[in-house]
Design a protein around this ligand. Structure first.
Ligand code: Q7Y
Ligand code: ZN
Length: 674
């Protein structure tokens, strides 16, 4: 089960033939540099190359009108003057004698990608196409787009494969109004788009790009717009929106297929977007979507006009689809006020439709609608681009570091009577354990036991995390006699190495000595049903759920609302995932949790489970190896009690953990300053 890559040089064979400042950025090199970067990085070779094909008339008509198709069909025979004239009836688009051919290939590429994924030839894939698609409408070309590649693909998947629910994520910096119009009243397609909006001052200047366009009739709730009202949004702003609205709703929607309108004009350096998110953010956005729909994900290129930023972002996306470890996101900033305002508005507009947002706060108080078009904008904490400031294209950012896969992917430390799962490597330490470690172990953890089995297991675990530190092993799992002791031992050991930061995620009831987190070298998040735990420090966070880990919706609510944002902000070098005895967590939830935690620490996760959890070994190993998690069942609303406890906790923690915020902080004086 590999990753498909679709590209054909034919789609570079059209270009702007006259002077038009609005269109000059859409150049053939966008495709060639992206593809060449994939080749240079050794990524193209690792993909399964899928040939392009033309979309048929019938397929194009799934979205477009006959008159429009017939009109476009004539363009290859037009003179330059005719083409210019034809172009004039649409907005921000150009025609060329070969664009019709390319547009058929672009749509056909998206369809072929869907075929490859739906028939199981590949797990996921990306299509590098021109022209883009998300702006084109039933009867109109628009914004460089001729046919709506992704919208056609969604209709096709429903029709040909009986797909019941399609999720479309549009991370391009423009609003894909064409996609919105196509599925506005259709509850089988959930469309999510964030886009530069600036209170409607940014192209395409549509009232319906705002957060309050939520879909119509049966489709109400299935259109999610998050407008950016400032430029300069950063990684933290993007992740905040993923954690606090997109992911909870996407999991609740439970799609059978995920399509991405993968435009990279939302990355730093882009002259259109003017945002500041770095190319490595797309590795994370991609990863966070890869456990939906059993991993069936098709990314189709849309915009992206800074050739450097574009090609780096494409590489990050494809490398993630291939399953390589994720880069650590450093310097993650807190979300800005404007982003929080947009998030708060979108969450409140959707809370009546999604149980995961049921208790979202009201939109900020002030008639935002009257502020939609503002003549004078006050300064936010992010500076506007002034004269002495760099224009977006002169922005510099470091090239994303190489993402190297360790020679061993998944290692295991298992009792003798447990078979090592396929693909895993049993850890055998040839070297004698460090005498210092031996004495420490004896002193602290194996006091009264002269138990050589336990001793070997412990020193194997220490070897395992050392090898993860040296990037010789990506991740691992272990069955141990006592998970708490093993966890304490590893925390203590890890804290001894300067620079280490361990995120410990404990699932299930059990006592944990509180002193472990006093030094900030460990962040412990404990999900359980035991209320007696007090929050003792910034680094010890008990999430108490009424039914502990056995209630799926409460659990997932805390994973997206707390665990993910905390993990991103903490930026650990190692993740320890500990399942306490009788945790009650179900198989699919366990796999989802493991899958999501791979976002951190370059995938360095060690899973600790109690010795008798033999049934979990295969399941755990397969997810650590990169198999997509089992999809969850459709979720219910989390218990009100849980939501209340979690919101109280958020209230307390969000001053120190900025990525937990879902609302504009009150001390900023409300919307007047926004
Ligand atoms: C379409 C697009 C598709 C000139 C402003 C012109 C052009 C808008 C078309 C963008 N500075 N705006 O990128 S993804
Ligand atoms: Zn765009």
């Amino acid at each position: 089960m590999g990753t498909a890559l679709i590209y054909d040089v034919e789609m570079t064979r059209y270009k702007l033939l006259w002077v038009d400042p609005a269109c000059k950025i859409e150049v053939p090199e966008r495709l060639t540099v992206s593809y060449e970067a994939l080749v240079r990085g050794g990524l193209a070779d690792r993909c399964i190359s899928v040939p392009v094909r033309e979309a048929t008339d019938e397929e194009i008509l799934l979205v477009h009108s006959e008159e429009y198709l017939e009109a476009v069909k004539k363009t290859p025979y037009m003179t330059l003057e005719d083409l210019k004239e034809f172009t004039l009836q649409y907005g921000d688009v150009y025609f060329h004698p070969n664009i019709y051919h390319c547009a058929k290939l672009a749509a056909g590429s998206a369809l072929h990608l869907v075929d490859s994924v739906m028939t199981g030839k590949v797990r996921n894939g990306m299509a590098l196409v021109r022209p883009p698609g998300h702006h084109s409408m039933h009867s109109a070309a628009n914004g460089f787009c001729v046919f709506n590649n992704v919208a056609i693909a969604a209709q096709y998947a429903k029709q040909k494969y009986g797909v019941k629910r399609v999720l479309i994520i549009d991370w391009d910096i423009h609003h894909g109004q064409g996609v919105q119009y196509c599925f506005e009243d259709d509850p089988s397609v959930l469309y999510f788009s964030w886009h530069r909006f600036e209170h409607q001052k940014f192209w395409p200047h549509l009232r319906e790009s705002d957060y309050d366009s939520v879909g119509k009739a049966y489709g109400a709730g299935f259109n999610i717009n998050v407008p950016w009202n400032k430029v300069g949004m950063e990684n933290g702003d993007y992740l905040t929106v993923f954690c606090h609205i997109l992911l909870p709703v996407a999991y609740e929607f439970c799609p059978d297929l995920v399509l991405v309108c993968a435009g990279f004009d939302s990355a730093i350096g882009d002259p259109e977007g003017e945002m500041c998110a770095t190319p490595d953010i797309f590795a994370h956005l991609t990863h966070l979507l890869m456990n939906l729909a059993g991993g069936k994900l098709c990314a189709v290129l849309e915009g992206g006009y800074n050739l450097t930023s574009l090609s780096q972002s494409v590489c990050q996306t494809v490398q993630t689809l291939l399953g390589d470890p994720l880069p650590r996101l450093s310097n993650l900033s807190a979300p800005c006020k404007s982003a929080l305002e947009s998030l708060q508005c979108a969450r409140s507009a959707h809370r009546q439709y999604w149980s995961s947002l049921k208790y979202a706060a009201d939109a900020p108080t002030s008639e935002i609608s009257t502020k939609r078009i503002k003549l004078a904008e006050k300064e936010d904490e992010r500076p506007e681009i002034g004269e002495e400031e760099k224009s977006p294209e002169e922005k510099v950012w470091p090239e994303p570091p190489q993402r190297v896969s360790p020679p061993i992917h998944t290692a295991s430390v298992l009792p003798n009577d447990v078979v090592c799962p396929g693909g895993c490597q049993p850890l055998t330490s040839s070297e004698d354990p460090d005498p210092l470690i031996v004495s420490k172990l004896k002193e602290n953890f194996l006091k009264d036991a002269d138990d050589s089995d336990a001793f070997t297991a412990f020193s194997n675990l220490i070897t395992l995390i050392k090898k993860m530190e040296m990037n010789q092993i990506c991740n691992g799992l272990a069955l141990v006699r006592n998970v708490t002791t093993a966890m304490m031992c590893l925390i203590q050991h890890s804290a001894a190495t300067p620079g280490n930061r361990v995120l410990v995620v404990c699932v299930g009831n059990g006592k944990i000595p509180s002193h472990v987190t006093s030094d900030g070298k460990t962040l412990l998040v404990h999900i359980s049903s035991e209320d007696r735990q007090e929050q003792k420090s910034k680094y010890y966070i008990p999430l108490c759920l009424k039914k502990g880990c056995s209630d799926m919706s409460g659990f997932i609510h805390s994973v997206f609302g707390f665990l993910l944002p905390l993990g991103y902000e903490y930026d650990p070098s190692l993740v320890l995932l500990v399942q306490m005895p009788d945790s009650g967590v179900c198989d699919s939830m366990w796999q989802q949790l493991i899958g999501l935690l791979r976002s951190f620490a370059q995938g360095h996760t060690l899973v600790l489970m109690q010795e008798d959890e033999k049934a979990l070994v295969d399941l755990t190993a397969s997810t650590l190896l990169g198999e997509p998690a089992l999809p969850l069942e459709q979720l219910q609303a989390p218990p009100t009690e849980d939501v209340k406890t979690l919101e109280m906790l958020r209230h307390r923690l969000q001053t120190e953990w900025k990525l937990l915020q879902t609302t504009v902080p009150p001390e900023s004086g409300g919307a007047d300053e926004l």
